[in-house]
Design a protein around this ligand. Structure first.
Ligand SMILES: Cc1cc2nc3c(=O)[nH]c(=O)nc-3n(C[C@H](O)[C@H](O)[C@H](O)COP(=O)(O)O)c2cc1C
Length: 459
């Protein structure tokens, strides 16, 4: 078993397949690029991140426009509250073509996609990128997504996770359905592959019936890297069982430390090596040549560019709750929080962060100027690097998911101003050590379950 590197941070970039980042209003920033429907936009961003030796870039996803607020997508469309999301496999294919080392992650839902499709998509990406694919497993969040896939309502939270458990079992079996060395390619005898090493999986479960085998052979990583970001108790358990990288989002250092410790305990309880599983909080960074420049940028975003309607629209989206019937000065009561069926933990986190004071919808919406909660590190490269060092050293994380204010400028600033400072502190790498994403993350190559079964029968 390999031992995970613990003296250096894992760096992940949080991307959206559009020009709106997790900051609503980000598309309005003067230097935000406008060519987001052109493949070169994504390729340019990826190359910046690879220059900064990021481990991974990953795209979030949602399978519907925000249309919970007021029961319509109008406000999302009007204010650019993330109404556009391009298909991720196409985007990542184009990014793979112009990069060599950086990991390529995409979000795919276990609630609305079939497992065969997901297994095939990521196996293909793993081959075409030379072993750099990563899958962010999500169970999806709201009714608008359900309504694009033939359902009226989003499936219940715990049932979504039951389904996700079986989904990932099926996907893993499909990835293993081709054993190592199955392809013979013997032109003389005419034997292409060894059928003894290619398996029908014959899965018949509560949610899925899948025969297999996959139509894509064993991939360079064996199985793509798994990402998960469940924040509820059930979500954390699910992540502990399956994920190589666990994304978190907590507004303060202390909450992050508690989360980190709990999540690592759960990984150990799941009989996995807690060291090799990385817990990575998302943070928003705004870097400037001086602190004043960074603070000015922050003020432009928060005070000038974020429209309260865009924030409320996004808040409705992630909580699956229509806030249109409320005024901005309404209090966010415990009753209201209990009625939220989407990402309830987000509102609970902000409630804890605000403390005993009255929490109004306006305050909540201001916090939601950024789509997910998480700390904001603002300042010079050295100041941001120091904050990151503090979190890393005090066991709040194994690295970070860096969220951008705007594309590609925020990542250009990060790579130009923060990465050299992190390097000077010895906290990030100076070259990619391996070829595949698993190698770069020092993760074990998973054993093929069919090969393991055969070996145990033979012995
Ligand atoms: C960094 C980060 C990225 C996320 N990306 C997505 C995403 O792309 N799509 C999605 O539906 N949910 C996304 N989520 C939400 C989680 O998958 C999860 O639903 C949420 O954290 C609530 O946890 P729970 O489902 O255990 O209640 C993300 C969460 C975090 C912290």
């Amino acid at each position: 078993m390999t031992t995970a590197r613990t003296d250096q941070m894992t760096l992940v970039a949080f991307l959206q397949a559009s020009n709106v980042s997790v900051y609503s209003g980000s598309w309005r920033y003067p230097s935000a690029a406008t060519d987001y429907l052109d493949v070169r936009y994504y390729q340019r961003i990826a190359q910046v991140l690879e220059d900064g030796l990021f481990d991974l870039l990953f795209f979030d996803d949602r399978l519907a426009m925000p249309s919970i607020y007021g029961g319509s997508p109008d406000e999302a469309v009007r204010y650019g509250a993330r109404p556009i999301k391009l298909d991720l496999s196409t985007v990542l294919g184009a990014v793979a073509a112009v990069t060599e080392h950086i990991g390529l992650g995409a979000t795919y839902s276990t609630t609305y996609y079939p497992p065969f499709h997901v297994a095939r998509t990521f196996a293909t990406l793993d081959h075409l990128s030379g072993g750099r694919a990563a899958w962010n497993i999500v169970t999806s969040v709201n009714d608008a997504e359900a309504q694009n896939f033939g359902l009226d309502r989003h499936i219940d939270h715990d049932k979504r996770y039951d389904r996700a458990e079986e989904f990932v079992e099926v996907v893993s079996k499909l990835w293993d359905s081709w054993e190592e060395g199955a392809i013979v390619g013997d032109r003389d005898s005419g034997v292409f592959a060894d059928p003894d090493l290619v398996h029908e999986i014959d899965h018949r479960g509560e949610y899925f019936t899948v025969r297999g085998p996959l139509t894509v052979p064993r991939t360079p990583q064996g199985r793509p890297v798994i990402i998960q970001a469940g924040q509820s108790g059930r979500g954390q358990q699910f992540a502990a069982r399956w994920a190589d990288l666990i994304f978190t989002s907590d507004p303060s250092l202390q909450l992050s430390q508690e989360h980190y410790q709990r999540q690592k305990e759960l990984v150990t309880e799941a009989r996995r090596d807690a060291q090799s599983v990385r817990v990575l909080p998302m943070v928003y960074t705004i870097a400037g040549e001086t602190e004043t420049i960074a603070r000015e940028k922050e003020a432009v975003f928060l005070d000038e560019l974020v429209h309260p309607m865009a924030s409320l629209t996004l808040l409705s989206e992630v909580t699956n709750h229509d806030f249109a019937g409320h005024s901005l000065d309404d209090e966010v009561t415990d009753e209201l929080i209990d009625s939220i069926s989407g990402i309830r933990g987000l509102v609970q986190g902000i409630r804890r962060h605000v403390g005993d004071g009255k929490l109004t919808l306006r305050t909540l919406a201001n916090h939601r100027a950024t789509l997910l909660q998480g700390p904001r590190f603002v300042g010079t490269g050295a100041q941001i690097a120091e904050q990151m060092r503090e979190w890393f050293a005090s066991r709040a994380c194994d690295g970070f998911v860096i969220a951008a204010t705007h594309f590609p400028g925020a990542f250009e600033d990060f790579v130009r101003l923060v990465v050299p400072e992190l390097r000077a502190l010895g906290l990030v790498r100076t070259e990619y050590p391996g070829t595949t994403l698993r190698e770069n993350l020092s993760l074990d190559r998973p054993e093929n379950q069919f090969a393991a079964e055969r070996r145990s029968i033979d012995s």
